[in-house]
Design a protein around this ligand. Structure first.
Ligand code: XIL
Length: 375
């Protein structure tokens, strides 16, 4: 890429200020700037998706421009997962992740690491899905070696890790069974955090999951609380809960995230922060499969829910990092997941297919402007 990075522009100082701003420069009213003005670490998004294949959002200059304009933090969408890094039990392949890092660093963006252990068999590489370690020692070694290798390779370039992702069954709130739990039981989580803490003592270590408000995920929320309480009791170095925030309107209720839901959701967040844990929004998007077809109506409803949700979340001053799971509708993983019955393309993100900001983007800006200052 033969363009000035944001860092280059900053380094040029006043000289740069006299030159016309290149189209890709981070705007002074970017979401990242609005976030930072309120004491957040910043605003960002995932990019990538398919690694080196042409269909990766990383290869879309339109997505790059939106990211550079709005984001101060990047998280690789898939490239740091075992499925991308580990072709087999013995090998690492960092090439795809390195490309995301190059993009982030050329543009002065911080990087989150997702994820050292997606503890959900469905999303493991095929070779690992039914892997028999043979012994607890071998299972622990594989896990520690993996985490140590990733943390050592990227060092302080990664400021925050989703150490463990989705280890709880959403229906029961209990630990999922995996090739690791077969030998290590619940201890697999403690080991993962310990390995990350040893190899990346500088980094914020996060437990990440998709528990949400409402009656249906009650067991999921309770399970997350139980897990976090146990980790704290055992002095496991977990610093924060990552709230994925794949939200969607509750079409059966007059108001999504109404007063009762909000009170219950706050009880959960209060209990988490009472454990001396920080909060992050790690993967925001809106599932609009049940909203009306009309685009103006649909976008307005998604933006309204976004604002309502962010206002609740931003009232917690321990929440300082806000990540979207993709900035541009056409690259959203939700396009394929739970499709609309009318066959229309879903619109889960802040920017539309022609890279124009949607009302959802305005909802973010307004929520940041209204947010109480973080310490
Ligand atoms: C998703 C990616 O967006 C997809 O490209 C991939 O096929 C599956 O994973 N929760 C998470 C993310 O923690 O890693 C998931 O990302 C979305 C749900």
């Amino acid at each position: 890429m033969s363009k000035l990075s944001r860092r280059d522009c900053l380094a040029l100082g006043t000289a740069a200020a006299l030159m016309p701003l290149p189209a890709w420069a981070a705007a002074p009213d970017s979401l990242d700037a609005l976030a930072k003005a309120k004491g957040f670490t910043g605003f960002g998004s995932c990019i990538g998706g398919s690694g080196t294949r042409p269909e990766s959002s990383l290869n879309d200059p339109g997505v790059q421009r939106v990211m550079i304009r709005e984001c101060g933090i990047v998280v690789p969408e898939n490239e740091l997962k075992w499925v991308a890094l580990r072709p087999d039990a013995a090998t690492f392949d960092f090439a795809k992740a390195d490309r995301v890092f190059a993009f982030a660093e050329a543009n002065g963006m911080a990087i989150r690491g997702h994820t050292l252990l997606w503890h959900h068999v469905r999303w493991m590489p095929d070779w690992l899905k039914a892997y028999d370690f043979g012994s607890a020692a071998a299972a622990e070694k594989m896990l520690r070696d993996h985490i140590t290798a990733v943390c050592t390779r990227y060092g302080t370039r990664i400021v925050s890790y989703d150490v463990v992702n989705e280890t709880l069954d959403d229906a029961t709130g209990e630990m999922r069974d995996t090739p690791f739990t077969r030998y290590l039981g619940d201890k697999v989580i403690d080991i993962a955090f310990d390995a990350a803490h040893q190899a990346a003592p500088h980094a914020q270590l996060v437990y990440n999951d998709y528990m949400s408000w409402g009656a249906k995920p009650a067991r999921h929320r309770a399970g997350v609380l139980r897990l976090l309480e146990r980790l704290k009791e055992n002095s496991v170095p977990v610093a924060a809960l990552g709230v994925q925030a794949h939200i969607s309107p509750d079409v059966s209720a007059p108001v999504s995230l109404g007063a009762a839901d909000e009170a219950e959701w706050r009880r959960f967040l209060d209990a988490v922060t009472a454990l001396d844990l920080d909060l992050l929004i790690t993967e925001f998007d809106v599932g609009d499969q049940d909203l009306p077809a009309d685009i103006a109506v649909r976008d307005a409803a998604a933006a309204e829910l976004t604002r309502r949700y962010l206002d609740v979340m931003f009232s917690y001053k321990r929440l300082r990092t806000v990540m979207a799971w993709g900035m541009v509708d056409k690259w959203s993983w939700l396009r394929r997941l739970k499709p609309r019955t009318d066959g229309l393309p879903k619109r889960p993100s802040l920017y539309d297919d022609s890279y124009a900001p949607k009302p959802m983007r305005e909802a973010f800006a307004a929520a940041f402007r209204a947010a109480p200052m973080r310490a």
